[in-house]
Design a protein around this ligand. Structure first.
Ligand code: FRU
Length: 470
Protein backbone atom coordinates (compact mmCIF):
# COMPACT_ATOMS: atom_id res chain seq x y z
CA UNK A 1 0.00 0.00 0.00
CA UNK A 2 1.62 3.31 -1.06
CA UNK A 3 1.21 6.85 0.28
CA UNK A 4 -1.21 7.77 -2.50
CA UNK A 5 -3.40 4.83 -1.52
CA UNK A 6 -3.38 5.83 2.14
CA UNK A 7 -4.27 9.45 1.33
CA UNK A 8 -7.10 8.52 -1.03
CA UNK A 9 -8.45 5.97 1.41
CA UNK A 10 -8.59 8.53 4.19
CA UNK A 11 -10.09 11.24 1.99
CA UNK A 12 -12.73 8.95 0.48
CA UNK A 13 -13.80 7.69 3.91
CA UNK A 14 -14.09 11.29 5.11
CA UNK A 15 -16.09 12.37 2.04
CA UNK A 16 -18.48 9.47 2.61
CA UNK A 17 -18.87 10.22 6.28
CA UNK A 18 -19.45 13.91 5.69
CA UNK A 19 -21.72 13.38 2.66
CA UNK A 20 -23.96 10.69 4.18
CA UNK A 21 -26.44 12.96 5.99
CA UNK A 22 -26.93 15.26 3.01
CA UNK A 23 -27.47 12.31 0.65
CA UNK A 24 -29.91 10.70 3.09
CA UNK A 25 -31.97 13.91 3.28
CA UNK A 26 -32.67 13.82 -0.46
CA UNK A 27 -36.35 12.99 -1.19
CA UNK A 28 -35.11 11.44 -4.47
CA UNK A 29 -32.75 9.07 -2.65
CA UNK A 30 -33.47 5.55 -3.84
CA UNK A 31 -34.61 2.86 -1.39
CA UNK A 32 -33.94 -0.41 -3.15
CA UNK A 33 -31.45 0.44 -5.87
CA UNK A 34 -27.71 0.43 -5.44
CA UNK A 35 -26.45 4.02 -5.28
CA UNK A 36 -23.26 5.76 -4.16
CA UNK A 37 -22.97 6.88 -0.51
CA UNK A 38 -21.94 10.27 -1.89
CA UNK A 39 -20.46 11.48 -5.17
CA UNK A 40 -20.85 9.95 -8.60
CA UNK A 41 -21.52 6.38 -9.76
CA UNK A 42 -21.40 4.89 -13.23
CA UNK A 43 -20.78 1.36 -14.57
CA UNK A 44 -21.22 -1.79 -12.48
CA UNK A 45 -17.88 -3.61 -12.16
CA UNK A 46 -16.69 -6.97 -10.84
CA UNK A 47 -20.18 -8.36 -10.26
CA UNK A 48 -19.96 -11.76 -8.62
CA UNK A 49 -21.12 -14.02 -5.82
CA UNK A 50 -18.55 -15.58 -3.51
CA UNK A 51 -19.28 -17.67 -0.44
CA UNK A 52 -22.96 -16.77 -0.68
CA UNK A 53 -22.37 -13.01 -0.73
CA UNK A 54 -23.10 -10.89 -3.77
CA UNK A 55 -20.51 -8.23 -4.54
CA UNK A 56 -21.19 -5.19 -6.68
CA UNK A 57 -18.28 -2.87 -7.38
CA UNK A 58 -18.86 0.27 -9.37
CA UNK A 59 -17.25 3.20 -11.10
CA UNK A 60 -17.16 5.78 -8.37
CA UNK A 61 -15.95 9.35 -7.92
CA UNK A 62 -16.41 10.04 -4.19
CA UNK A 63 -15.34 13.69 -4.25
CA UNK A 64 -17.88 15.17 -6.68
CA UNK A 65 -21.29 14.19 -8.01
CA UNK A 66 -20.92 15.77 -11.46
CA UNK A 67 -18.91 13.12 -13.29
CA UNK A 68 -15.65 15.06 -13.43
CA UNK A 69 -13.88 13.10 -10.69
CA UNK A 70 -11.16 10.48 -11.11
CA UNK A 71 -12.71 7.02 -11.01
CA UNK A 72 -12.31 4.63 -8.08
CA UNK A 73 -14.08 1.32 -7.54
CA UNK A 74 -16.83 1.64 -4.94
CA UNK A 75 -18.13 -1.53 -3.31
CA UNK A 76 -21.31 -2.91 -1.79
CA UNK A 77 -22.37 -6.39 -0.68
CA UNK A 78 -25.72 -8.08 -0.43
CA UNK A 79 -27.23 -11.43 0.39
CA UNK A 80 -30.38 -10.86 -1.66
CA UNK A 81 -29.40 -8.44 -4.49
CA UNK A 82 -31.85 -5.90 -3.05
CA UNK A 83 -30.51 -4.66 0.27
CA UNK A 84 -26.96 -3.45 -0.35
CA UNK A 85 -24.54 -2.80 2.42
CA UNK A 86 -21.93 -0.16 1.86
CA UNK A 87 -18.27 -1.22 1.94
CA UNK A 88 -15.11 0.84 1.92
CA UNK A 89 -13.87 1.88 -1.47
CA UNK A 90 -12.14 -1.11 -3.13
CA UNK A 91 -9.71 0.23 -5.77
CA UNK A 92 -7.98 3.59 -5.82
CA UNK A 93 -6.12 5.29 -8.69
CA UNK A 94 -2.81 4.92 -6.86
CA UNK A 95 -0.39 3.43 -9.42
CA UNK A 96 1.43 4.97 -12.38
CA UNK A 97 -0.55 2.60 -14.64
CA UNK A 98 -4.01 3.63 -13.34
CA UNK A 99 -3.41 7.11 -11.99
CA UNK A 100 -6.20 8.83 -13.94
CA UNK A 101 -8.84 6.31 -13.08
CA UNK A 102 -9.42 2.67 -12.23
CA UNK A 103 -11.85 2.06 -15.04
CA UNK A 104 -14.36 -0.70 -15.61
CA UNK A 105 -13.69 -4.39 -15.34
CA UNK A 106 -14.80 -7.73 -13.98
CA UNK A 107 -14.25 -10.33 -11.27
CA UNK A 108 -13.30 -13.97 -11.48
CA UNK A 109 -14.10 -16.09 -8.42
CA UNK A 110 -11.90 -19.16 -7.88
CA UNK A 111 -11.22 -21.52 -5.00
CA UNK A 112 -8.22 -19.52 -3.75
CA UNK A 113 -9.59 -15.99 -4.08
CA UNK A 114 -11.00 -13.41 -6.47
CA UNK A 115 -9.15 -11.83 -9.39
CA UNK A 116 -10.26 -8.42 -10.60
CA UNK A 117 -9.38 -7.27 -14.10
CA UNK A 118 -9.82 -3.58 -14.80
CA UNK A 119 -8.61 -0.79 -17.05
CA UNK A 120 -5.96 1.61 -15.79
CA UNK A 121 -6.55 5.00 -17.39
CA UNK A 122 -3.56 7.26 -18.00
CA UNK A 123 -3.91 10.67 -19.67
CA UNK A 124 -0.83 12.61 -20.75
CA UNK A 125 -0.83 16.36 -20.63
CA UNK A 126 -0.11 18.11 -23.89
CA UNK A 127 -1.72 18.97 -27.17
CA UNK A 128 -3.60 15.72 -27.72
CA UNK A 129 -7.04 14.81 -29.07
CA UNK A 130 -7.28 11.93 -26.55
CA UNK A 131 -8.93 9.77 -29.21
CA UNK A 132 -5.97 8.85 -31.40
CA UNK A 133 -3.26 9.94 -28.99
CA UNK A 134 -2.56 11.31 -25.54
CA UNK A 135 -3.66 8.39 -23.43
CA UNK A 136 -3.00 4.82 -22.42
CA UNK A 137 -5.46 2.18 -21.38
CA UNK A 138 -3.74 -0.56 -19.42
CA UNK A 139 -5.24 -3.90 -18.53
CA UNK A 140 -4.57 -4.55 -14.86
CA UNK A 141 -5.12 -7.31 -12.34
CA UNK A 142 -5.93 -6.83 -8.66
CA UNK A 143 -6.30 -9.79 -6.34
CA UNK A 144 -8.22 -10.28 -3.13
CA UNK A 145 -8.90 -13.18 -0.79
CA UNK A 146 -12.58 -12.50 -0.27
CA UNK A 147 -13.37 -9.33 -2.23
CA UNK A 148 -13.16 -7.04 0.80
CA UNK A 149 -9.72 -5.52 0.29
CA UNK A 150 -7.38 -5.70 -2.68
CA UNK A 151 -4.01 -7.10 -1.71
CA UNK A 152 -2.02 -6.41 -4.85
CA UNK A 153 -2.20 -4.84 -8.29
CA UNK A 154 -0.22 -5.52 -11.45
CA UNK A 155 -0.14 -4.58 -15.07
CA UNK A 156 -0.94 -7.42 -17.46
CA UNK A 157 -1.38 -5.71 -20.85
CA UNK A 158 -0.15 -2.29 -21.88
CA UNK A 159 -0.82 -0.39 -25.11
CA UNK A 160 2.15 -1.99 -26.96
CA UNK A 161 0.50 -5.37 -26.41
CA UNK A 162 -2.70 -4.52 -28.26
CA UNK A 163 -2.91 -5.33 -31.98
CA UNK A 164 -2.28 -2.81 -34.77
CA UNK A 165 -5.02 -0.63 -36.22
CA UNK A 166 -6.52 0.46 -32.90
CA UNK A 167 -6.82 3.84 -31.25
CA UNK A 168 -5.77 3.95 -27.57
CA UNK A 169 -9.43 3.24 -26.71
CA UNK A 170 -9.15 -0.38 -25.57
CA UNK A 171 -10.81 -1.13 -22.24
CA UNK A 172 -13.24 -2.85 -19.88
CA UNK A 173 -11.91 -6.43 -19.54
CA UNK A 174 -14.40 -9.19 -18.88
CA UNK A 175 -12.66 -12.40 -17.82
CA UNK A 176 -13.89 -15.94 -17.30
CA UNK A 177 -12.52 -19.46 -17.00
CA UNK A 178 -13.55 -22.21 -19.35
CA UNK A 179 -12.11 -25.68 -20.07
CA UNK A 180 -9.06 -25.03 -17.92
CA UNK A 181 -8.12 -21.75 -19.62
CA UNK A 182 -8.77 -18.07 -19.00
CA UNK A 183 -10.44 -15.86 -21.56
CA UNK A 184 -10.83 -12.12 -21.75
CA UNK A 185 -12.81 -9.77 -23.98
CA UNK A 186 -11.89 -6.09 -24.32
CA UNK A 187 -13.85 -3.32 -26.05
CA UNK A 188 -12.02 -1.27 -28.68
CA UNK A 189 -12.16 1.54 -31.22
CA UNK A 190 -10.22 1.05 -34.45
CA UNK A 191 -8.32 3.83 -36.24
CA UNK A 192 -11.08 3.60 -38.88
CA UNK A 193 -13.62 4.44 -36.14
CA UNK A 194 -15.29 1.09 -35.84
CA UNK A 195 -16.17 -0.72 -32.63
CA UNK A 196 -14.77 -4.18 -32.08
CA UNK A 197 -14.06 -6.75 -29.40
CA UNK A 198 -10.64 -8.34 -28.77
CA UNK A 199 -10.55 -11.89 -27.45
CA UNK A 200 -7.51 -12.97 -25.42
CA UNK A 201 -6.56 -16.22 -23.74
CA UNK A 202 -4.18 -17.09 -20.94
CA UNK A 203 -3.02 -20.20 -19.10
CA UNK A 204 -2.35 -18.32 -15.85
CA UNK A 205 -4.18 -14.92 -15.81
CA UNK A 206 -0.84 -13.11 -16.29
CA UNK A 207 0.38 -13.86 -19.82
CA UNK A 208 -2.31 -13.09 -22.38
CA UNK A 209 -2.29 -13.78 -26.11
CA UNK A 210 -4.67 -12.42 -28.70
CA UNK A 211 -6.98 -15.04 -30.09
CA UNK A 212 -9.54 -13.17 -32.16
CA UNK A 213 -11.03 -9.81 -33.12
CA UNK A 214 -14.80 -9.72 -33.46
CA UNK A 215 -16.74 -6.99 -35.23
CA UNK A 216 -19.57 -6.45 -37.68
CA UNK A 217 -19.01 -6.47 -41.47
CA UNK A 218 -19.91 -2.76 -41.59
CA UNK A 219 -19.02 -0.49 -38.63
CA UNK A 220 -21.70 -0.45 -35.96
CA UNK A 221 -20.70 2.65 -34.02
CA UNK A 222 -17.12 3.87 -33.50
CA UNK A 223 -16.45 2.30 -30.10
CA UNK A 224 -17.73 -0.72 -28.19
CA UNK A 225 -17.51 -0.27 -24.43
CA UNK A 226 -18.03 -2.82 -21.69
CA UNK A 227 -18.16 -6.14 -23.57
CA UNK A 228 -19.70 -9.24 -22.03
CA UNK A 229 -19.63 -12.68 -23.67
CA UNK A 230 -21.68 -15.53 -22.27
CA UNK A 231 -23.59 -18.66 -23.15
CA UNK A 232 -27.18 -19.17 -22.15
CA UNK A 233 -29.29 -22.19 -23.19
CA UNK A 234 -26.66 -23.28 -25.71
CA UNK A 235 -26.51 -19.92 -27.49
CA UNK A 236 -23.60 -17.46 -27.19
CA UNK A 237 -24.32 -13.77 -26.81
CA UNK A 238 -21.92 -10.86 -27.18
CA UNK A 239 -23.18 -7.82 -25.25
CA UNK A 240 -21.57 -4.43 -25.86
CA UNK A 241 -22.28 -0.75 -25.27
CA UNK A 242 -21.64 0.89 -28.66
CA UNK A 243 -21.06 4.61 -29.10
CA UNK A 244 -21.90 6.41 -32.33
CA UNK A 245 -24.85 4.40 -33.62
CA UNK A 246 -27.31 6.66 -35.45
CA UNK A 247 -30.98 6.56 -34.52
CA UNK A 248 -32.99 4.30 -36.80
CA UNK A 249 -36.76 4.41 -36.29
CA UNK A 250 -37.47 3.34 -32.73
CA UNK A 251 -33.93 2.03 -32.18
CA UNK A 252 -30.85 3.83 -30.84
CA UNK A 253 -32.75 6.86 -29.56
CA UNK A 254 -30.09 7.64 -26.96
CA UNK A 255 -26.67 9.14 -27.58
CA UNK A 256 -25.11 5.73 -26.78
CA UNK A 257 -26.77 2.35 -26.62
CA UNK A 258 -26.22 -1.10 -25.22
CA UNK A 259 -27.45 -4.48 -26.30
CA UNK A 260 -26.37 -7.85 -27.61
CA UNK A 261 -25.56 -9.79 -30.74
CA UNK A 262 -26.33 -13.50 -30.84
CA UNK A 263 -22.99 -15.05 -31.83
CA UNK A 264 -22.90 -17.98 -34.26
CA UNK A 265 -19.87 -20.21 -34.67
CA UNK A 266 -16.86 -20.23 -32.36
CA UNK A 267 -15.78 -16.93 -30.80
CA UNK A 268 -12.22 -18.30 -30.63
CA UNK A 269 -12.10 -18.42 -34.44
CA UNK A 270 -14.69 -18.38 -37.20
CA UNK A 271 -17.82 -16.65 -35.99
CA UNK A 272 -20.54 -14.30 -37.11
CA UNK A 273 -22.68 -11.81 -35.21
CA UNK A 274 -26.45 -11.86 -35.64
CA UNK A 275 -28.76 -8.88 -35.39
CA UNK A 276 -28.13 -6.42 -32.54
CA UNK A 277 -30.94 -6.12 -29.99
CA UNK A 278 -31.07 -3.23 -27.52
CA UNK A 279 -31.38 -4.05 -23.84
CA UNK A 280 -33.50 -1.02 -23.00
CA UNK A 281 -35.60 1.61 -24.75
CA UNK A 282 -35.76 4.20 -21.96
CA UNK A 283 -33.62 7.25 -21.22
CA UNK A 284 -31.28 5.74 -18.66
CA UNK A 285 -29.53 2.46 -19.23
CA UNK A 286 -25.90 1.82 -20.10
CA UNK A 287 -22.81 -0.35 -19.59
CA UNK A 288 -24.51 -3.44 -18.11
CA UNK A 289 -22.54 -6.47 -16.93
CA UNK A 290 -23.68 -9.97 -16.07
CA UNK A 291 -22.45 -12.89 -13.98
CA UNK A 292 -23.55 -16.40 -13.09
CA UNK A 293 -24.58 -16.66 -9.48
CA UNK A 294 -24.20 -19.70 -7.23
CA UNK A 295 -27.69 -20.86 -8.22
CA UNK A 296 -26.67 -20.80 -11.87
CA UNK A 297 -28.72 -17.74 -12.78
CA UNK A 298 -27.30 -15.22 -15.26
CA UNK A 299 -27.83 -11.90 -13.50
CA UNK A 300 -27.39 -8.55 -15.16
CA UNK A 301 -27.08 -5.11 -13.60
CA UNK A 302 -26.82 -1.93 -15.65
CA UNK A 303 -26.02 1.67 -14.87
CA UNK A 304 -29.34 3.58 -14.78
CA UNK A 305 -27.68 6.55 -16.44
CA UNK A 306 -26.48 7.75 -19.82
CA UNK A 307 -23.16 9.49 -20.41
CA UNK A 308 -22.99 12.63 -22.59
CA UNK A 309 -26.80 12.89 -22.78
CA UNK A 310 -28.77 16.10 -23.18
CA UNK A 311 -30.40 15.47 -19.80
CA UNK A 312 -29.16 15.07 -16.28
CA UNK A 313 -30.09 14.52 -12.61
CA UNK A 314 -30.10 16.89 -9.65
CA UNK A 315 -26.82 16.99 -7.71
CA UNK A 316 -27.52 19.38 -4.83
CA UNK A 317 -27.56 16.50 -2.35
CA UNK A 318 -24.03 15.58 -3.31
CA UNK A 319 -24.67 12.33 -5.17
CA UNK A 320 -25.75 11.20 -8.60
CA UNK A 321 -26.83 7.99 -10.35
CA UNK A 322 -27.78 4.46 -9.37
CA UNK A 323 -27.82 0.96 -10.78
CA UNK A 324 -30.81 -0.77 -12.35
CA UNK A 325 -32.62 -3.45 -10.44
CA UNK A 326 -30.71 -6.74 -10.87
CA UNK A 327 -32.37 -8.79 -13.59
CA UNK A 328 -32.22 -12.43 -14.49
CA UNK A 329 -31.51 -13.03 -18.16
CA UNK A 330 -33.23 -15.94 -19.83
CA UNK A 331 -33.67 -16.96 -23.46
CA UNK A 332 -36.96 -17.18 -25.32
CA UNK A 333 -36.96 -17.93 -29.04
CA UNK A 334 -33.35 -16.89 -29.40
CA UNK A 335 -33.85 -13.53 -27.66
CA UNK A 336 -32.90 -12.47 -24.17
CA UNK A 337 -35.59 -11.64 -21.64
CA UNK A 338 -34.67 -9.25 -18.79
CA UNK A 339 -36.75 -9.80 -15.67
CA UNK A 340 -36.22 -8.43 -12.15
CA UNK A 341 -34.74 -11.18 -9.96
CA UNK A 342 -37.41 -12.96 -7.93
CA UNK A 343 -35.96 -11.47 -4.71
CA UNK A 344 -37.64 -8.17 -5.71
CA UNK A 345 -40.98 -9.77 -4.84
CA UNK A 346 -39.95 -9.73 -1.17
CA UNK A 347 -40.24 -5.96 -1.28
CA UNK A 348 -43.95 -6.15 -1.94
CA UNK A 349 -46.54 -5.02 0.58
CA UNK A 350 -50.15 -6.27 0.57
CA UNK A 351 -51.63 -6.32 -2.95
CA UNK A 352 -54.38 -3.90 -3.93
CA UNK A 353 -56.56 -4.44 -6.98
CA UNK A 354 -56.84 -1.18 -8.88
CA UNK A 355 -59.85 0.04 -10.83
CA UNK A 356 -59.03 0.98 -14.39
CA UNK A 357 -61.85 3.29 -15.44
CA UNK A 358 -61.00 6.80 -16.71
CA UNK A 359 -59.88 9.02 -13.85
CA UNK A 360 -58.68 6.12 -11.65
CA UNK A 361 -55.79 6.99 -9.38
CA UNK A 362 -53.50 5.35 -6.90
CA UNK A 363 -51.18 6.55 -4.21
CA UNK A 364 -47.54 5.83 -3.41
CA UNK A 365 -43.97 6.86 -4.04
CA UNK A 366 -42.54 3.37 -4.47
CA UNK A 367 -44.41 0.43 -5.88
CA UNK A 368 -44.43 -2.68 -8.00
CA UNK A 369 -47.36 -2.52 -10.39
CA UNK A 370 -48.57 -5.45 -12.48
CA UNK A 371 -50.87 -4.80 -15.33
CA UNK A 372 -52.39 -7.20 -17.81
CA UNK A 373 -54.20 -5.07 -20.30
CA UNK A 374 -56.42 -6.96 -22.64
CA UNK A 375 -57.85 -4.36 -24.98
CA UNK A 376 -57.98 -0.68 -25.53
CA UNK A 377 -55.47 2.14 -25.22
CA UNK A 378 -53.48 2.45 -22.05
CA UNK A 379 -52.32 5.57 -20.29
CA UNK A 380 -50.44 5.85 -17.03
CA UNK A 381 -49.16 8.96 -15.33
CA UNK A 382 -46.63 8.27 -12.59
CA UNK A 383 -46.52 10.88 -9.86
CA UNK A 384 -47.35 13.68 -12.29
CA UNK A 385 -44.03 13.17 -13.98
CA UNK A 386 -43.87 10.15 -16.28
CA UNK A 387 -46.45 9.35 -18.92
CA UNK A 388 -46.63 5.90 -20.42
CA UNK A 389 -48.94 5.41 -23.35
CA UNK A 390 -49.69 2.45 -25.53
CA UNK A 391 -51.41 2.74 -28.84
CA UNK A 392 -50.96 1.41 -32.38
CA UNK A 393 -48.26 -1.03 -31.41
CA UNK A 394 -46.00 1.56 -29.79
CA UNK A 395 -45.32 2.10 -26.10
CA UNK A 396 -44.10 5.63 -25.40
CA UNK A 397 -42.49 7.04 -22.32
CA UNK A 398 -42.40 10.76 -21.61
CA UNK A 399 -40.90 12.51 -18.58
CA UNK A 400 -41.91 16.01 -17.59
CA UNK A 401 -42.81 18.80 -18.07
CA UNK A 402 -41.55 19.01 -14.47
CA UNK A 403 -38.86 16.82 -13.01
CA UNK A 404 -37.35 15.61 -16.27
CA UNK A 405 -34.06 17.51 -16.05
CA UNK A 406 -33.92 17.70 -19.83
CA UNK A 407 -35.75 14.46 -20.56
CA UNK A 408 -38.90 16.48 -21.34
CA UNK A 409 -37.25 17.42 -24.64
CA UNK A 410 -37.60 13.89 -25.88
CA UNK A 411 -39.79 10.83 -25.86
CA UNK A 412 -38.67 7.21 -25.85
CA UNK A 413 -40.64 4.67 -27.83
CA UNK A 414 -40.61 0.92 -28.18
CA UNK A 415 -42.37 -1.25 -30.72
CA UNK A 416 -44.65 -3.66 -28.84
CA UNK A 417 -46.82 -5.58 -31.27
CA UNK A 418 -49.05 -7.15 -28.64
CA UNK A 419 -49.09 -5.84 -25.11
CA UNK A 420 -49.74 -8.81 -22.86
CA UNK A 421 -48.43 -7.48 -19.61
CA UNK A 422 -46.56 -4.66 -17.95
CA UNK A 423 -44.62 -4.54 -14.72
CA UNK A 424 -43.53 -1.19 -13.39
CA UNK A 425 -40.99 -1.07 -10.61
CA UNK A 426 -40.88 2.44 -9.19
CA UNK A 427 -38.37 3.62 -6.61
CA UNK A 428 -38.20 7.21 -5.30
CA UNK A 429 -36.75 8.59 -8.53
CA UNK A 430 -36.82 5.82 -11.10
CA UNK A 431 -39.25 3.71 -13.07
CA UNK A 432 -38.32 0.49 -14.82
CA UNK A 433 -41.01 -0.74 -17.16
CA UNK A 434 -40.88 -4.43 -18.09
CA UNK A 435 -43.06 -5.35 -21.05
CA UNK A 436 -44.29 -8.90 -21.78
CA UNK A 437 -42.08 -10.69 -19.25
CA UNK A 438 -39.00 -8.61 -20.03
CA UNK A 439 -39.07 -8.82 -23.84
CA UNK A 440 -38.73 -5.05 -23.89
CA UNK A 441 -37.69 -2.76 -21.05
CA UNK A 442 -37.77 1.02 -20.63
CA UNK A 443 -35.85 2.56 -17.73
CA UNK A 444 -35.78 6.16 -16.64
CA UNK A 445 -34.90 8.42 -13.74
CA UNK A 446 -37.48 11.10 -12.83
CA UNK A 447 -37.94 13.71 -10.12
CA UNK A 448 -41.53 14.31 -8.98
CA UNK A 449 -42.39 17.47 -7.09
CA UNK A 450 -42.25 17.02 -3.29
CA UNK A 451 -45.51 15.55 -2.04
CA UNK A 452 -46.55 14.42 -5.51
CA UNK A 453 -47.49 10.86 -4.68
CA UNK A 454 -50.55 10.26 -6.87
CA UNK A 455 -50.49 8.35 -10.12
CA UNK A 456 -53.20 7.97 -12.71
CA UNK A 457 -54.06 4.83 -14.59
CA UNK A 458 -56.42 4.30 -17.45
CA UNK A 459 -56.89 1.18 -19.51
CA UNK A 460 -59.71 -0.30 -21.59
CA UNK A 461 -60.06 -3.68 -19.95
CA UNK A 462 -57.66 -5.77 -17.95
CA UNK A 463 -56.47 -6.05 -14.37
CA UNK A 464 -54.01 -4.10 -12.31
CA UNK A 465 -52.46 -5.11 -9.01
CA UNK A 466 -50.48 -2.63 -7.00
CA UNK A 467 -47.92 -3.71 -4.42
CA UNK A 468 -46.74 -0.80 -2.35
CA UNK A 469 -43.05 -0.89 -1.40
CA UNK A 470 -42.22 0.50 2.00
C1 FRU B 1 -18.59 3.33 -19.77
C2 FRU B 1 -17.15 3.79 -19.51
C3 FRU B 1 -16.18 2.65 -19.65
C4 FRU B 1 -15.04 3.11 -18.79
C5 FRU B 1 -15.78 3.78 -17.65
C6 FRU B 1 -15.07 4.94 -17.03
O1 FRU B 1 -19.53 4.16 -19.15
O2 FRU B 1 -16.82 4.86 -20.37
O3 FRU B 1 -15.79 2.36 -20.98
O4 FRU B 1 -14.25 2.04 -18.35
O5 FRU B 1 -17.00 4.21 -18.16
O6 FRU B 1 -15.76 5.42 -15.91
Amino acid sequence: MNAMHRDLERLAARAEQEGAALAASDPARQRFHLQPPTGWLNDPNGLCQAGGRYHAYFQYAPFSPDGSGVRHWGHAVSTDLIRWQRQPCFLYPDQPFDVHGVYSGSALVEEDGISFFYTGNVKYSGDFDYIHNGRAYNTCLATSRDGTAADGKRLVLSPEDYPAGLTPHVRDPKVWRQDGRYYMVLGARTTADAGEVLVYQSPDKLAWTLLNRISTPAPFGYMWECPDLFELDGQWFLAVSPQGVEQKGLDYQNVYTSGYFPLYGDWRGECRLGEFVEFDHGFDFYAPQSFRDERGRRIQIGWMGMPDAGYTNPVQYGWQHCMTIPCELTVREGRLLRRPVEETERLRGAPQALPLEPGAEFEGERFDLLLSPAKGPLRLTLRGCVTLEYSDGVLSLRVGPQGGFGRENGVRRAAVRTLRGLRILADSSSAEVFVNDGETVLSTRYYPAPGQTRSGIQAGTGTAVLYPIE
